[in-house]
Ligand binder design. Structure first.
Ligand code: PGA
Length: 248
């Protein structure tokens, strides 16, 4: 039985004061979390310390990015050990916005994932096809290629990673993959994980992301290979994220 993972990706939103208000509201809304699931929030770097310092109960804390070196002359970057130091247990890696806007490659994402694992962080490795790739029938090939490339050299650490399948055309658009289409891709991803790492594939959590909302989360979470959700817009409002975390 895979422990489900519901993660809120706050992206580049919330000042420190706003982030503190949100974690306080979430803590009030989610005083306890059922044992079958884990819930985390991923604030901006500037708000991480303030959020981690508030009472947050069973809600875990993650970051949205990391650099794959422990220290050094990397102006503007943040090391894995700095994230554990501040109280992070997870880090989102290779989000489609980072792939598209900042040119992150599968090879760089694999380096980041390795560094995160070495520091004891759980990497949430994001994959997903664009609208054009889906329309031209290449969605599965693209996504499985990203899975293999982003896990290069990590076949013996599969059990410790989380994969987030986020079709790019569904992110922030209000469009969601149907639960059936998402399940089909998740099953294909699990097949690829099995090819890479054998039986460990069965313990890897595969999250769905892309316009997850209170009104579609239950159907998505009912699919056998959907093990959680990576939530953007709906994670910025305590009431909606709490409802998603309380999926049925
Ligand atoms: P969204 O974002 O829920 O706003 O579509 C999801 C994500 O980008 O992680």
């Amino acid at each position: 039985m895979r422990t489900k993972l519901i993660a809120g990706n706050w992206k580049m939103h919330k000042t420190i004061g706003e982030a503190v208000a949100l974690i306080d509201a979430l803590h009030a809304a989610l005083p306890t979390i059922p044992a079958d699931r884990q819930v985390i929030v991923c604030p901006t770097f500037t708000a991480l310390a303030a959020v981690a310092a508030r009472p947050h109960g069973a809600i875990g804390i993650g970051a949205q990015n990391v650099y794959p070196e422990s220290h050094g002359a990397y102006t503007g970057e943040i090391a894995p050990g700095m994230l554990t130091d501040i109280g992070c247990s997870h880090v989102i890696i290779g989000h489609s916005e980072r792939r598209a806007i900042f040119g992150e490659t599968d090879a760089f994402i694999a380096q980041k994932a390795a560094a995160a694992l070495a520091a004891g962080l759980t990497p949430i490795i994001c994959v997903g096809e664009t609208k054009q790739e889906r329309e031209s029938g290449r969605a599965e090939a693209v996504v499985l290629g990203q899975v293999a490339g982003s896990l290069a050299g990590l076949s013996d650490r599969l059990a410790d990673v989380v994969i987030a399948y986020e079709p790019v055309w569904a992110i922030g658009t209000g469009l969601t993959a149907t639960a059936a289409d998402a399940q089909t891709m998740h099953a294909a991803i699990r097949g690829e994980l099995r090819r890479i790492g054998g039986a460990a594939a069965d313990v890897v959590r595969i999250q769905y992301g892309g316009s997850v909302k209170p009104d579609n989360v239950d159907e998505l979470m009912a699919q056998p290979d959907i093990d959680g959700a990576l939530v953007g817009g709906a994670a910025l409002v305590a009431e909606s994220f709490a409802r998603i975390a309380n999926y049925k």
